[in-house]
Design a protein around this ligand. Sequence first.
Ligand code: PGA
Ligand code: ZN
Length: 424
Amino acid sequence: MITIKELDAFEVLDSRGNPTICVKATLSDGNSGNAIVPSGASTGKREALELRDKDESRFVGKGVLKACANVTEIIARELIGINAHRQTHIDSILQHIDNTDNYAKLGANATLGVSMAIARASAHSLNIPLFQYLGGINGVNLPAPMLNIINGGSHADNNVDFQEYMIMPLGFDCFKRALRASVEIYHTLKKILNENNLSTGVGDEGGFAPNLKNNEEPITYILKAIEKAGYKPGEEISIALDVASSEFYKDGIYYLKGENKKLDSKGLVEYYENLTAKYPIVSIEDGLSEDDWNGWAYLTEQLGNKIQLVGDDLFVTNTKILQKGINKKIANAILIKPNQIGTVTQTLEAIRLAHKNGYKTIISHRSGESEDTFIADLSVAVNAGEIKTGAPARGERNAKYNRLLELRHYNKLLTYEAQNLFKK
Ligand code: PGA
Ligand code: ZN
């Protein structure tokens, strides 16, 4: 039996220059694995706790030394000597030690770091790639990427209310070819923005954040870029939005500052109906607020059989909340962010529950990321179908694309089935 021999943890930096936790798990056979936990900015209210030191004298309060100490002083005591390959058992011990439903004591950054590091160390000790450790022989499909190429919302200093404008290369039968098309469109977009004297500085996830007039203009620029790069909008390249509407929702009203509009849920749903009739939009994430469940039911009724409706802040990778959504017929897809829930096992449970109920799954990065590529392997392991990991720019975003390219290179039988993703 291969057991957990040592758990170590230390502070490293994420892509925004904030400290985050890196956990190293060493096993009895000498193999080890590291994992770095990402961090969100537009977080859902019901996410598991990200433990920060709040000691203003270090890293403006964002240090994670307490989370590190929880790994080395509390978690290690319980996990050392345990069979390293029993991931479900290990993760249930983490839940048991913490004994809250959101890792309020240990911090989900501590528990997820441990959970991912042990999975990776176990893959090393079995001498198989991480995606095979997580998915066995069942993980065969490379995900369709959603690439965030224009930013608005609270992440950008412009008049755009929606947070992310993404392209999805759905009209290809090869991951490499699909990614290449997306990269070419990204560079073409940069050129077009330049020609229009618009800023091409990039946001946290690598997308451009030009000062545009309203919420539609980003779409028209993206369509121009798709065509100029030689691709067909709608046929080869589709558009996906992450509205992140919880950010501009207050007391039943959605405030679209960019367009000087105040809309109720119905009004915003109508707005989406117009947009989707006009443009090749295949997916809208967090179209309504995490607190507007009645609105969500209406949104799903109106658009649920036409496009993908994704719950991110809405479901926070939580099976209890997702089950409620399933019961109420809300949304038809879930964004999966492991650090919203706190362990690998609970992440897999959310994915299984979604698939069992016909909900699509999108494995996702956070706006604060690192070179850790765990989510790339996870997306293949569970045949997630989709991955959201930013623009094809910035090292921490491309690390995930590069990992998928590596998996594709060494596993020629992995498929890319984006063309079937939204087939009716
Ligand atoms: P994040 O947001 O800043 O919480 O990672 C990304 C998203 O809303 O999908
Ligand atoms: Zn989101």
